[in-house]
Design a protein around this ligand. Sequence first.
Ligand SMILES: NC(=O)c1ccc[n+]([C@@H]2O[C@H](COP(=O)([O-])OP(=O)(O)OC[C@H]3O[C@@H](n4cnc5c(N)ncnc54)[C@H](OP(=O)(O)O)[C@@H]3O)[C@@H](O)[C@H]2O)c1
Length: 289
Amino acid sequence: METKFLGNTHVKIPEIGFGTWNYAGGIEPLQAAIDHGAFLIDTAENYGTEAVVGEAIRGRREQVFLATKAAPRNFRRKDLIAAAERSLRLLGTDYIDLYQLHWPNYAVPIAETMSAMEELADAGKIRFIGVSNFYVPDLRRAQAALRKHRIVSNQVRYSLVERTIEGGLWKYCRENAITIIAFSPLDTNFLQFQAADPQGELARIAAREQKTRAQVALNWLIAKDGVVTIPKASSIEHVKEDCGASGWRLPDQEYALLAKAIHYRRRGALEIIGRRLARNVLQHLGRAV
Ligand SMILES: NC(=O)c1ccc[n+]([C@@H]2O[C@H](COP(=O)([O-])OP(=O)(O)OC[C@H]3O[C@@H](n4cnc5c(N)ncnc54)[C@H](OP(=O)(O)O)[C@@H]3O)[C@@H](O)[C@H]2O)c1
């Protein structure tokens, strides 16, 4: 398993880790992931999977880079500290490696939230501060609100079929040494993913390289600077296969072929602004999740 530096730190994380949203695979696949070098495990208070992650890493905490997320409803100082304590308890550990803000919450002053994140870092409860689903203006405001720490990562949707972040966010993250943790790398439903490839390019390249289609799809992401990814896999078989996406690279022209042949979504600036505004309004109406 190849590793990459996390943000501007000297800490290395595997280029393939595993996510646990809608995860019901039990502890064995997660343990197999760690055994195969995929020692980054991602969860969130909203997923309801912190306890199973805690069980899977029991006795081997120091081998794992543990990432979890606070829900936007908990971005007030008091709530964030309580949420972190709850996550620590469920995970059965006394520190979280990467604590992430799951989505921006425009109804809570970012200065209050980031100051609470720094408090948690200074207390040794979290090692690094990360965010998720933050666009460039959100990242700028969040970083500006931090006094001594830096945002090391942004977890965002990114795959061969969802390439919105290429519109500017990817460049901003690269310029600011923010690792991109690509979520839903198989588009949540790998059959649906393959429907976006009417010419069968993925299958052709996979056969030529003696890899599987999922491995090629994951490898397309991790071949990019500053990008790691966290598929969800419920079986040991899928875990092993996904780990096999690391440790090799395709010829450049094959990445280009994939990028061209596979149909993808990329939201424009107006749509992104509209979605932020809608979220902003909902949150001010007290509907933050
Ligand atoms: N920050 C956010 O807002 C956010 C949002 C969504 C997701 N995420 C994170 O990203 C993680 C992954 O995203 P996701 O859960 O949406 O889905 P995903 O990883 O894009 O796709 C998961 C699906 O792919 C299947 N799969 C995995 N490996 C495979 C393989 N080698 N061959 C064929 N199929 C394979 C899984 O099947 P099996 O389960 O049967 O193995 C599952 O059905 C989440 O678990 C979560 O940690 C974060």
